[in-house]
Design a protein around this ligand. Structure first.
Ligand code: FMN
Length: 187
């Protein structure tokens, strides 16, 4: 059997329970239905305080340094964030400020966000995509946005959101399937 796809998801919410986490888990479940995956979720709720106290990467506690290394070595990053004031929360940005500037170059990144209403759905395109564009990551074309109406008891419920998650997984999975790998010609 081929090596599983190493997925590292960052949930930018510091709240528990978290709708963003529910969205992340639903995305991982759909990917897992299509590919052999090895998934790891980093919840900002668990690390935001010590993370925020580190101005330089060398100041990070070892456990958080390991999380950054996991992001940098992932085959696929799921970058999921709640909307705060029309953008991602500051601590979410701080984590990616401490990631190596070119460590995510050419890395596939699936974007996801949750907000209080539909009004900020374009946070995916106007905030998250440019951030990962700066980092030279390969953001996948289909991102997923959800609002409280899509959830019940912090579980994905609405058929529309389920469909969007399925679409994101359907479009992502072939990118990683071994048969799509094309050998490079020798220079
Ligand atoms: C400080 C703060 C700012 C927020 N700003 C926005 C906003 O600008 N637009 C929006 O749609 N929702 C906003 N929200 C709502 C959250 O984005 C929404 O409840 C999100 O689903 C929370 O995710 P979580 O359950 O994973 O923490 C804000 C919430 C907080 C706490």
């Amino acid at each position: 059997m081929s090596k599983p796809l190493k997925i590292v998801a960052v949930n930018g919410s510091t709240q528990q329970p978290s709708r963003t986490l529910a969205l992340v888990e639903a995305l991982i479940a759909e990917l897992d239905a299509r590919l052999h995956v090895d998934a790891h979720v980093i919840n900002l709720a668990d690390i935001a305080r010590p993370l925020g106290g580190a101005l330089w990467r060398r100041e990070l506690p070892t456990a958080i340094e390991s999380q950054l290394q996991a992001i940098e070595s992932a085959d696929l990053v799921i970058a999921a964030s709640p909307v705060y004031r029309g953008a991602y929360p500051g601590h979410f940005k701080h984590l990616f400020d401490l990631i190596g500037q070119e460590a995510l170059a050419d890395k596939p990144v699936l974007l996801a966000a949750t907000g209080g209403s539909d009004r900020h759905a374009l946070v995916l395109e106007h905030q998250l995509r440019p951030l990962f564009g700066f980092l030279q990551a390969l953001t996948l074309p289909i991102g997923v946005y959800a609002t409280p109406l899509d959830f019940e008891n912090y579980t994905v419920q609405s058929p529309a959101l389920r469909e969007r998650i399925r679409l994101a997984a359907d479009r992502a999975a072939p990118l990683f399937a071994a048969h799509r790998r094309v050998a490079l010609k020798a220079a």
